[in-house]
Write a protein that binds this ligand. Structure first.
Ligand SMILES: [Zn+2]
Length: 162
């Protein structure tokens, strides 16, 4: 099994942190196990959401930046980081934040330059389904999306019967 994170290194430039891989990967490779020793009920900038009310402190992986065209996926059911495409040695790693985060504590503007850029990164609940369906989404995000849609349906019914 892959040892945790020893192939990953954090680079800091003008206080901006990036996570760099020291080795190449093929699409689908398991790159590391996500840390899960430190779970809390609220998000912060060092956490990744793994269930509706669970956020895990991810250690070095907190240096992963967001991209709308990312090269890694965080699978929060298996707690693994997986290569979304072939990755070269020395490449910066990134993932699509709304794939794990429902509602982020500190939203920001994305300048990734991808043709599919979502621009405002605030969590999955603020994105249209048509955008989300182009991305790998974790189970808790899909479940919360369904919950939100059902809530909207109930609300609409109430409006119609009023
Ligand atoms: Zn973007």
């Amino acid at each position: 099994m892959v040892s945790i994170m020893e192939t990953l290194t954090i680079k800091t430039e003008n206080k901006f942190r990036t996570l760099i891989t020291k080795q190449a990967y093929k699409m689908g490779d398991v790159m590391c196990v996500m840390p899960s020793e430190n779970i809390m009920d609220k998000p912060n900038r060092f956490t990744v959401q793994i269930a509706k009310d669970k956020h895990t402190h991810v250690g070095k992986l907190a240096a992963l930046n967001h991209s709308c065209d990312p090269n890694v996926v965080l699978d929060t059911e298996r707690m693994l980081m997986i290569a979304r495409r072939d990755i070269e040695k020395g490449e910066e790693l990134s993932f699509f934040y709304p794939a794990t985060e429902w509602e982020m504590q500190a939203p920001f503007i994305c300048l990734c330059g991808s043709a599919n850029c979502i621009h405002v990164v605030a969590g999955a609940r603020f994105l249209p389904l048509s955008t989300l369906e182009n991305h790998y989404l974790n189970k808790h995000i899909r479940e919360m999306m369904i919950e939100l849609l059902n809530g909207t349906k109930v609300h609409l019914k109430k409006l119609q019967s009023a």
